[in-house]
Ligand binder design. Structure first.
Ligand SMILES: NC(=O)c1ccc[n+]([C@@H]2O[C@H](COP(=O)([O-])OP(=O)(O)OC[C@H]3O[C@@H](n4cnc5c(N)ncnc54)[C@H](O)[C@@H]3O)[C@@H](O)[C@H]2O)c1
Length: 263
């Protein structure tokens, strides 16, 4: 029997793309899937709660509708950089933090959290001081205020994923003390509805060059399998870690084999 059978998973973004694939795989493995999304998922989830992850009030109302303890929180939902910057930061960073912290009281012993961040957040070392300043804020509203008062250069999507990547790395030890784990998956381009927006915000040439280099973009399943791995007992000593799922581009860039793509 699958280790996921009978366990309870909350999946954000389950209505589309990577989150849909995560939900389908968990359901096929006999798990219970509790969906949090603004849209209704097509997967036969155990229950669905409609939520606007850009709103802390909506997030808290959704949390009120989830009873009991869970084995993992899988934060998959996200929006692209074509949306207004404050919305991008709210959904991709502030909501991830709020949900994660709410689930520290709702996880079963040995439970874990997975966050889908992005290779678009690779620039975090250059902005670490600012990111740490943001992480010192504690509430959704204070975090939103910090973002408004500290305008960032470039695409808000990249910054939102830099923040989320650093957040996961920074939380590893704290959640270890509670008996939990937290990890991030950093996908490169994935063939989902969001990709059309990425082509707009990151450039058609960059996206085409990446696809040509690899022969294809990732499929949602390529990423979902890594989410499930991190949520599984096989990853029991992987914590505060970021796993890149990009077919090899990241390694090639970091080793100087190919130039850094322009986002
Ligand atoms: N597709 C890619 O190329 C790619 C690359 C790197 C990282 N990612 C990340 O992967 C994650 C999943 O993206 P995807 O490719 O599956 O995109 P997608 O657009 O197919 O799915 C995103 C899901 O998030 C939900 N969502 C968005 N905003 C919401 C809100 N305010 N409230 C509630 N739900 C909301 C949507 O309804 C949708 O179901 C995102 O965090 C994204 O940033 C995607």
């Amino acid at each position: 029997m699958s280790e996921f059978a009978g366990k309870r998973y909350v999946v954000t973004g389950a209505a589309s793309g990577i989150g849909h694939s995560v939900a389908e795989k968990l359901l096929a493995a006999g798990a219970q899937v509790y969906s949090l999304d603004r849209n209704t998922p097509s997967a036969a989830v155990t229950s669905h709660v409609q939520v606007d992850l850009a709103s802390p009030i909506s997030i808290d109302a959704a949390l009120d509708q989830l009873d009991g303890q869970f084995d993992a929180l899988l934060n998959v939902a996200g929006i692209p950089g074509t949306a207004p910057a404050e919305l991008v930061f709210a959904v991709n960073s502030l909501a991830v933090r709020r949900l994660t912290e709410a689930f520290l009281e709702r996880l079963n012993p040995g439970g874990n959290i997975v966050v889908v961040s992005s290779t678009a957040g690779f620039g975090w070392p250059q902005r670490l001081d600012g990111i740490r300043e943001f992480l010192a804020t504690t509430t959704f509203d204070d975090g939103a205020r910090w973002f408004n008062e500290n305008p960032q250069e470039g695409n808000a999507y990249n910054f939102s994923k830099e923040v989320t990547t650093v957040y996961v790395m920074a939380m590893g030890l704290a959640v270890h003390e509670l008996g939990f784990r937290i990890n991030a998956v950093l996908p490169g381009p994935v063939q989902t509805p969001i990709l059309a927006d990425f082509r707009e915000s990151m450039g058609h040439d960059t996206m085409d060059a990446l696809e040509t280099m690899l022969g294809r973009h990732a499929m949602p399943e390529d990423v979902a399998d890594v989410v499930l791995f991190l949520a599984s007992d096989a990853a029991r000593w992987v914590n505060g870690e970021t796993v890149t799922v990009d077919g090899g581009i990241g390694g090639a860039v970091l080793s100087g084999t190919v130039p850094m793509p322009e986002f």
